[in-house]
Design a protein. Structure first.
Length: 108
């Protein structure tokens, strides 16, 4: 089992949450919201490509619109393999966190 990187995990979750609105700008905005960090578009394109290459995401081009200057949007969708990868990383994290005293953060 090849585990997801943290950024891949966040991107898959963002795409899943966004549904049919999962294209670059909303994905970036959702990542900014989830992580309270500023993600660059360049910082999400490589993981999106990797995830699509591994079959965990698929993408389609939308119809071009005058509002976008005749350009298409690349819409991403989570695949069954992407859901499986999220389930696997969730189980790994649950196992790792098991037995850790609750919220001992900040205590020496």
């Amino acid at each position: 089992m090849k585990l997801l990187t943290r950024s891949e995990e966040y991107i898959l979750l963002a795409v899943w949450k966004l549904g049919e609105d999962a294209y670059s700008i909303p994905i970036q905005q959702k990542l900014n919201e989830i992580t309270d960090k500023n993600w660059s578009l360049g910082g999400i394109y490589m993981p999106l490509e990797r995830l699509e290459k591994r079959g965990q995401l698929m993408s389609t081009l939308s119809e071009s619109t005058p509002e976008r200057g005749g350009r298409h949007k690349r819409i991403y969708k989570l695949t069954p393999a992407g859901k499986k990868a999220l389930r696997e990383i969730y189980e790994v994290q649950k196992t790792i966190w098991a037995g850790i005293p609750q919220l001992m953060f900040g205590m020496s």
